[in-house]
Design a protein around this ligand. Structure first.
Ligand code: GLP
Length: 244
């Protein structure tokens, strides 16, 4: 894992957008793995700004999102479908048919999971995966205890994740209890991974990731088994971290 230190959220967003654009520009066809949550919002904003300045095109880009809440329809403002349309897809020239997000209202959710992994595989795999991290070390919605061998699957969300994500919902009660998420193995199959970490509330997780052991109790630690991971972290996220 290579750590890149940046000053703040703005700089992290700029840096990651630049890294993504470099990859997009140097390829004729690219599969991006995308994340949601507060962390990548600024990066998507930078990508939209670059598109508006005509310095980037998404016509040859295919995207696979990490996860979706079970039970939320794509037009639900709290769904990750809605988030992606609003934050990125509606504002750039990506072809809608090239954007994939797990379907949280699929009739057969288990089959949806199998098909999602299959789709990623037949599309040639993910070239660059963007990740955020939960305070408990989750990546995607892979909660502590998730097998490192896992493919896309249905998860019951930890109470701490429900509480942390409640800030995006009107009421705590509205936060779904389950989600569909790409598994740890699905994530590790990406050729390159960028983990974004910003803010003091993530500093303990970052400390554990950088200095702790590899264990299924801390899902992000699986990234240590991947040869090509960049961590872009800001000063607040690094505030509990001892780095030389
Ligand atoms: C959410 C998402 C993750 C995200 C993480 C952190 O539950 N499923 O993909 O990385 O938690 O979210 P945030 O960036 O809002 O802190």
């Amino acid at each position: 894992m290579r750590l890149i230190k940046v000053k703040n959220y703005e700089d992290m967003s700029q840096k990651v957008a630049e890294m993504m654009m470099e990859k997009i520009r140097e390829s004729n066809k690219i599969n991006l793995g995308l994340a949601t949550g507060g962390t990548p919002k600024g990066t998507y904003k930078k990508l939209v700004e670059a598109y508006e300045k005509k310095t980037i095109s998404f016509q040859h880009v295919t995207t696979f999102n990490l996860d979706e809440y079970v039970g939320l329809a794509p037009n639900d403002p709290n769904s990750y479908h809605y988030y992606m349309n609003e934050s990125l897809f509606d504002h750039v020239d990506i072809q809608t048919s090239n954007t994939y997000i797990p379907n949280g209202i699929a009739e057969d959710l288990k089959e949806e999971c199998v098909q999602y992994d299959h789709l990623i595989k037949i599309s040639g795999g993910i070239d660059l995966q963007i990740l955020g991290i939960g305070q408990n070390g989750h990546i995607g919605f892979n909660e502590p205890g998730t097998s490192f061998e896992s493919g896309t699957h249905i998860v019951k969300l930890d109470e701490s994740t429900i509480n942390a994500n409640a800030r995006y919902f009107n009421r705590l009660h509205d936060v779904p209890t389950h989600a569909v998420t790409m598994g740890i193995q699905s994530i590790l199959q990406s050729k390159e991974i960028i983990l974004m970490v910003s803010g003091e509330e993530k500093s303990n997780a970052l400390q554990r990731l950088l200095n702790g052991e590899v264990t299924e109790d801390f899902p992000a630690s699986a990234l240590k088994n991947h040869p090509n991971v960049y961590i872009i972290a800001d000063e607040k996220a690094l505030s509990s971290v001892f780095v030389s």
